[in-house]
Design a protein. Structure first.
Length: 243
């Protein structure tokens, strides 16, 4: 059983509803994780409500009130998150209070939204700060210049091994947060997905939103997504960061 929050503006007519899909790691329905409290998805839901757009945001399996669904992160794969997004979408599509379902994915959630879209056939798809490159490529770039050369070499070796589907039990302590053995099955499933290919495989009207001051995902990623679907609308937001 997954837990979430419905924000439903008071009106008599059916409303469009946005399914908000959080980014990577232990990020909860509000956009918060142990490394930072920002309420980004909660604020987004509140802003949508002011415009008479309903929303559902949810704790992913293994996170927050949904932790019991996957108490061990070694059980998680990207496909599980996709299945959950599809299940939430179908629940909303069957609800007479809603006129249309829109998928909004932030960061890794944008990939999840793209992968769920063919099964959901939503009214629209929105990528918020979503990568346009393979996640292993993005991770290599994020680590470049942030790790001393020996650790960077080890990190790149581990990425190569996970990309090939091989797990490793011995991981240096400084790299445990990224490559601990329990998260490796998820990374293997993640590295096998290409965000641009997934986005190209969607057909719903699409919007790509990307900030110019994002330190995790670059405007170049938004351009990759735009090239994958020339009919998608691209909005570059000056001064906007990842959160």
């Amino acid at each position: 059983r997954l837990h979430g929050s419905l924000l439903l503006p008071k009106t008599g007519a059916p409303l469009p509803v946005a399914l908000l899909i959080a980014g990577s790691g232990p990020t909860d329905r509000d956009g918060n994780n142990p490394l930072g409290h920002n309420d980004s998805l909660k604020r987004l839901a509140q802003a949508l409500a002011k415009r008479d757009i309903a929303s559902v945001r949810y704790d992913k399996r293994g996170v927050g009130q949904s932790k019991a669904v996957a108490p061990d992160e070694s059980q998680l794969k990207v496909e599980d998150y996709v299945d959950d997004a599809v299940a939430w979408s179908r629940l909303l599509q069957a609800d007479p209070r809603f006129s249309a379902v829109v998928l909004i994915g932030h960061s890794e959630g944008a990939l999840i939204a793209s992968l769920a879209e063919p099964a959901v056939k939503p009214a629209a798809l929105i990528s918020l700060a979503g990568s346009g490159r393979a996640i292993d490529t993005l991770l290599r770039e994020q680590l470049q210049g942030r790790l001393p050369p020996p650790l960077l070499a080890t990190a790149n070796y581990l990425i190569d091994e996970l990309k090939a589907g091989r797990t490793h039990q011995r991981v240096p302590d400084p790299l445990q947060v990224l490559f601990r053995s329990s998260v490796q099955p998820y990374l293997i499933s993640l590295f096998h997905k290409d965000p641009a290919d997934a986005f190209a495989n969607t057909t719903a009207p699409a919007l790509i939103i990307q900030g110019t001051h994002d330190l995790q995902v670059e405007p170049e990623d938004a351009e990759y997504l735009k090239r994958a679907r020339a009919d998608a609308e691209l909005a570059l937001i000056a001064g906007m960061g990842h959160v």
